[in-house]
Design a protein around this ligand. Structure first.
Ligand SMILES: Cc1cc2nc3c(=O)[nH]c(=O)nc-3n(C[C@H](O)[C@H](O)[C@H](O)COP(=O)(O)OP(=O)(O)OC[C@H]3O[C@@H](n4cnc5c(N)ncnc54)[C@H](O)[C@@H]3O)c2cc1C
Length: 391
């Protein structure tokens, strides 16, 4: 007896990008399974803020709105920001204001888990999507008409397998898709603080040769600090008590934070990866499984959501036109649109990283002049803002 369960699409990885894809594809009527290792902790108002937060662009907000997930996020926690300020020396502040673009906000800072929960809530209302949590995926293999795998006690089959399983994607590895990768010479420390100041509507980043130091407002009297520095320095900071870390922040961050206490902190290595191809027959990659970038401009998941928008539209268009939606030509169209864009953003972030991560006097002068010039020319500023908003 053959008790293999058939799906059209199996998505491995149900965090922000995988669950966004399941939502975006759901109205096509395809039968979808979303596999996720970990059950996300449900939301409760009194919970401490998660360390992992993302700056969500206007374009990503639109994707969340279309998926029906945005109202759920709004009932939980988020911090809209109107301004983005960046500077290096004392007189080179570059300020972006969303109102110059006729918008109320540049974006929102939202906890990653809450974005995932909002998608999952939407998915729980759909008959054609099954979320399978906790069971390990084994024996993933290409078969004649798709992919087959064992998930816990079940045997599953799909026409299209999607790897949304993050930077160390096992789908990518199983499919033998190579990557170009390197480690940045900086790690990042995320620090959640309680502030006496009320909720801010500005996010800012100060560049230093050792790495940027950034402030992201969170909901209420809270904020997330991001401290980029050498792996050695970040390790040293990670071993400090909250009080010692607070003293270091007072010494090293601008004093505009005001009074604060450290609530929690954690550190992360920074790696750049890019899959050499985003698809193979019956298989494709999205989000961090396909690309990771330096997070200094907060673009990682926003790129992942753009992957989702393009892949879901390409598949739905193929269905409408009566074509084979999982055919390699459909997947090639997705890669054609997304890979160059992701590569461009990776390159731009690397240029920032390399230009600002050194103390060369000449380069510093050029950097500061460039920032001052950018502040004075609205055309350049508006272009950057449009790109940051994903518009
Ligand atoms: C310090 C830092 C700050 C950042 N800040 C921002 C920001 O401000 N804005 C922004 O846009 N991006 C930011 N990013 C990037 C962003 O966090 C990532 O791009 C995003 O989390 C990627 O989402 P994803 O769903 O593709 O992958 P992941 O979040 O890595 O999720 C992968 C999921 O797959 C699951 N999984 C893995 N293997 C399996 C398996 N075999 N079976 C089942 N499930 C599996 C995992 O449990 C996980 O839930 C930041 C990154 C870092 C490191």
């Amino acid at each position: 007896m053959n008790d293999t369960q058939k799906f059209d699409v199996i998505i491995v990885g149900g965090a922000m990008v995988g669950s966004a894809l399941a939502c975006a594809l759901a109205d096509s009527g395809l039968k979808i399974a979303l596999l996720e290792k970990h059950q996300p902790t449900p939301y409760a108002q009194e919970q401490a803020m998660d360390l992992r937060v993302s700056a969500i662009s206007i374009a990503s907000q639109q994707l969340l709105e279309q998926a029906g997930a945005w109202p759920t996020i709004m009932t939980m926690r988020s911090a809209p920001y109107r301004y983005l300020e960046t500077w290096e020396g004392n007189h080179s502040n570059l300020i972006f204001d969303s109102q110059e673009m006729g918008r109320k906000h540049l974006g929102h800072i939202i906890e990653n888990r809450l974005i995932q929960l909002a998608f999952w809530q939407q998915l729980s209302t759909l008959d054609n999507v099954e979320i399978i949590v906790g069971d390990s995926v084994t024996n993933m293999q290409s078969v004649m008409d798709g992919y087959q795998m064992r998930v816990g006690e079940r045997e599953l089959h799909c026409k299209l397998l999607v790897g949304a399983d993050g930077a160390n994607s096992s789908v990518r590895e199983m499919a033998n898709i190579g990557i170009t990768a390197w480690d940045y010479a900086q790690h990042a420390m995320l620090i959640n603080i309680n502030t006496t100041a009320a909720q801010q509507n500005k996010t800012w980043q100060q560049f230093h040769a050792s790495g940027p130091r950034a402030f992201l407002p969170l909901s209420g009297h809270k904020a997330s600090l991001v401290w980029y520095d050498s792996p050695k320095r970040i390790k040293q900071l990670a071993n400090m008590s909250k009080e010692q870390l607070k003293q270091q922040i007072i010494e090293c961050f601008p004093d505009r934070i005001g009074e604060f206490d450290v609530e929690a902190s954690g550190s992360f290595p920074l790696t750049r990866r890019h899959a050499q191809q985003y698809f193979k027959p019956n298989l494709c990659l999205v989000g961090d499984a396909a690309h990771t970038i330096n997070p200094l401009a907060g673009q990682g998941v926003n790129l992942g959501f753009k992957d989702v928008a393009v892949l879901s539209q390409t598949i739905k268009q193929a269905i409408e036109e009566g074509q084979c939606w999982w055919h390699i030509d459909t997947l090639a169209k997705y890669q054609q649109q997304r890979r160059p864009d992701n590569l461009l953003m990776q390159g731009a972030m690397d240029l920032f990283y390399l230009t600002f991560s050194n103390n060369n006097v000449g380069l510093r002068l050029i950097r500061n002049s460039a920032l001052k010039l950018a502040e004075k020319t609205n055309w350049g500023k508006n272009k950057v803002m449009k790109y940051a908003m994903g518009l």
